[in-house]
Design a protein around this ligand. Structure first.
Ligand code: ADP
Ligand code: MG
Length: 653
């Protein structure tokens, strides 16, 4: 058999029913975003809207630049103004030179007469070139700084939104739109500059034309209006095409990320998912290409019409010039100068219109960016001002919580629960019974919804607590914890220092969880980077990471968080590590409220009280012994956990 080179993931030996087509009624990735809003924006694109918006956009671009780097922005503006002045001078000098050369009389005299103009022309041109280099250099300094600022502002805004925002598909879309806006900021500045430069140069050309013959001025408009209209029209076509394919492009990003991300790389291979996902990828891409192609054709048609109109305008202009010369209304020298000035003006107008339209189009994205910054996508955390102490009592009354969307049943339904300082409460229940949701509400990550009951900390409704101060009181191990690409000790302290010796505090927290043993085995101990695939980076086992996550929460308790929340904190741990953590948990319990979610019902024995949840409700509460001795869900789950009788093998029919 001959070896043929194959791409690593070619579809080999596919069975006929492999990678079956997606049935038509399957749901696809779609934003539930206010698409109409963007569509309205798209259809509102017009020349008059553009003319109205440009000054503001230029001002905003300059404000961004000013904020990012004052000195360079100032120099940039000066260099541009100077460049404009020298451009104007060069134009005047050109007309002067032409006038001297084309006047009647002997040629030798002409050269002498042209000499001053020629000198001015040369010097202006040289200075202008030098200033051009300065502008490029300064833009190169300002652009990246503008981008950096925009990026940081965006991240900050994103992180100051309520957690519940992430459950709103519209939020995700507005975040992406803002991200696109932030990415356009450096180009925005460049376009704003080009518009300014073209405007200065146009003013100079118009000045020259006016001195030569004011009748020539209207021909400037004739040459530029069609191009301007076309530029705005194509901006509109492209914007609408972009928003029409928003869902597809988002889907592509997500497919792509799932395929190349390290976290799923093993499953991409062993589940042989590539050909199937590629099909989805290509299908989404094909829809984008179809829309873009259509937009391209339409834009080409518009541009063609504009080019014809511009050509006609130019013909008219030449005709007029000929007419003016042949009737003696304008001298030959002046006509030559006028030709030159008209050409300069035409290219300035083109620069103005083209860059103006570009600026306008980017301005649409910029709006998304500023909208997002203003209100963190409409979800900025705004809560009360009360700074809480460690809570003595947390009281939950008639709490009902429904995630947005079309699910049948609320995640929490009529929860009543009182928690006291010093108490350890175990939360038990089947998957999806609402345990994690309840923990997120108790820790203030979600707020109770209107009419959905309430949660108070020592009598104060949780929404009235100052958000930062509230989170300072919370130490939690979430069900899905972060694996920060940071050194081991930073993975525990996360930049917060407990006062005193931070190294000792980190080590003390780690010793309670067994994370210290994991760290001893690392190449550089606490300094080891926990990011495999990066230089020197190490990867921990699932249990190793979980110990780190618990150590992180225990470390926070050193700053006395009044609330310790552990959502299945030992699900990946071996019995010894699990025992150690549960033991530590009891020693940490005095002085705070501790909540533990666990599926291992034996673990719940260490709790003072066990709360059993089922489909969003609390169905049982009591001590472990009480619940184990009563008929009910807890007892049923307990029996299932201990029943390991082997079922009889199934016989073939
Ligand atoms: N972010 C979310 N958006 C929408 N529904 C959610 C979200 N998180 C959880 N749910 C739903 O809420 C219910 C309770 O989930 P959860 O609190 O995670 O349960 P548990 O932790 O007990 O397994 C489930 O039906 C789940 O599908
Ligand atoms: Mg959960």
């Amino acid at each position: 058999m001959t070896e043929t080179r194959r791409p690593p993931f070619r579809e080999t030996g596919a069975q006929p029913d492999d990678h079956a087509e997606q049935p038509e009624h399957d749901e696809e990735l779609r934003y539930q975003f206010p698409g109409d809003k963007r569509h309205d924006v798209g259809t509102s694109i017009s020349s008059s809207a553009m003319v109205r918006r440009l000054p503001e956009l230029i001002r905003r671009s300059l404000a961004l630049a000013w904020h990012a780097d004052r000195r360079s922005t100032l120099l940039l503006l000066l260099a541009q103004a100077a460049s404009g002045v020298f451009g104007a001078l060069a134009l005047y000098a050109t007309t002067g030179t032409l006038a001297a050369l084309l006047r009647p009389g002997p040629v030798t005299g002409h050269l002498r007469a042209a000499a001053p103009s020629l000198t001015l022309l040369t010097v202006s041109a040289a200075l202008r070139a030098a200033l051009g280099i300065a502008v490029t250099t300064l833009s190169g300094r300002v652009g990246p700084r503008v981008n950096r600022d925009a990026d940081l502002a965006l991240i900050e805004a994103g992180c100051s939104a309520e957690l519940a925002a992430y459950d709103q598909p519209a939020y995700n879309e507005s975040w992406e739109a803002a991200d696109r806006g932030a990415a356009t900021t450096p180009d925005l500045l460049a376009s704003a500059q080009d518009v300014i430069a073209a405007t200065v140069s146009l003013a100079a050309a118009a000045g020259v034309l006016t001195t030569l013959n004011p009748w020539l001025l209207p021909f400037l408009l004739l040459g530029s209006v069609p191009a301007g209209l076309a530029a705005v029209r194509t901006a509109r076509i492209h914007y609408l095409a972009t928003i029409t394919t928003n869902d597809e492009r988002a889907a592509l990003r997500i497919y792509r990320w799932h395929l190349i991300d390290k976290q799923r790389a093993d499953q991409v291979r062993s589940d042989q998912v590539l050909p199937f996902m590629m099909r989805k990828y290509r299908a989404a891409e094909a829809r984008i290409v179809a829309v873009t192609d259509r937009a391209g054709t339409e834009a080409a048609r518009v541009s063609l019409l504009a080019a014809l109109a511009t050509g006609a305008g130019a013909a008219l202009m030449w005709g007029a010039l000929l007419y003016l010369v042949s009737t003696g209304r304008i001298g030959l020298a002046a006509a030559g100068s006028a030709t030159f000035a008209l050409r300069t003006a035409a290219s300035s107008v083109q620069g103005m219109v083209g860059n103006g339209a570009r600026l306008y189009r980017m301005g649409l994205y910029l709006d998304d960016y500023f909208d997002f910054l203003d209100s963190a996508g409409g979800h900025r955390i705004t809560r009360g001002e009360i700074v809480p102490d460690p809570p003595g009592t947390i009281e939950v009354t008639a709490l009902t919580y429904a995630y947005p969307g079309e699910q049948q049943e609320a995640a929490l339904r009529g929860i009543d629960l009182t928690l006291h300082q010093g108490e350890v409460v175990a939360l038990i229940g089947q998957n999806g019974s609402g345990k994690s949701t309840l923990l997120k509400l108790l820790s203030g990550l979600y707020l109770p919804q209107d009419g959905g009951g309430q949660i108070t900390w020592d009598g104060v409704p949780i929404a009235q607590l100052e958000a930062d101060a509230l989170f300072r009181q919370v130490a939690r191990v979430p069900q899905e914890f972060a694996r920060w690409p940071l050194p081991a000790h930073e993975n525990v302290h996360l930049g917060r220092h407990a006062g005193g010796d931070p190294v000792r505090a980190v080590e003390a927290a780690a010793a309670l969880t067994g994370f210290d043993e994991v760290v001893t085995r690392l190449r550089s101990g606490w300094r080891t980077l926990l990011a495999q695939g990066w230089q020197g980076g190490a990867e921990l086992s699932g249990g190793g990471w979980q110990r780190a996550a618990v150590a992180r929460a225990f470390y926070r308790t050193a700053r006395q968080p009044g609330l310790l929340i552990l959502d299945e904190p030992t699900s990946d741990l071996d019995p010894r590590a699990e025992h150690r953590i549960l033991h530590a948990l009891r020693t940490l319990a005095p002085g705070r409220i501790t909540l533990l979610v666990t599926h291992n019902l034996a673990n719940a024995k260490l709790a003072d009280r066990v709360v059993v949840m089922d489909r969003g409700r609390i169905v049982q509460t009591g001590t472990w012994d009480e619940l184990a001795g009563t008929e009910g869900l807890f007892r049923e789950l307990l029996d299932l956990q201990t029943d390991r009788t082997v079922p009889a093998p199934r016989t073939a029919p």
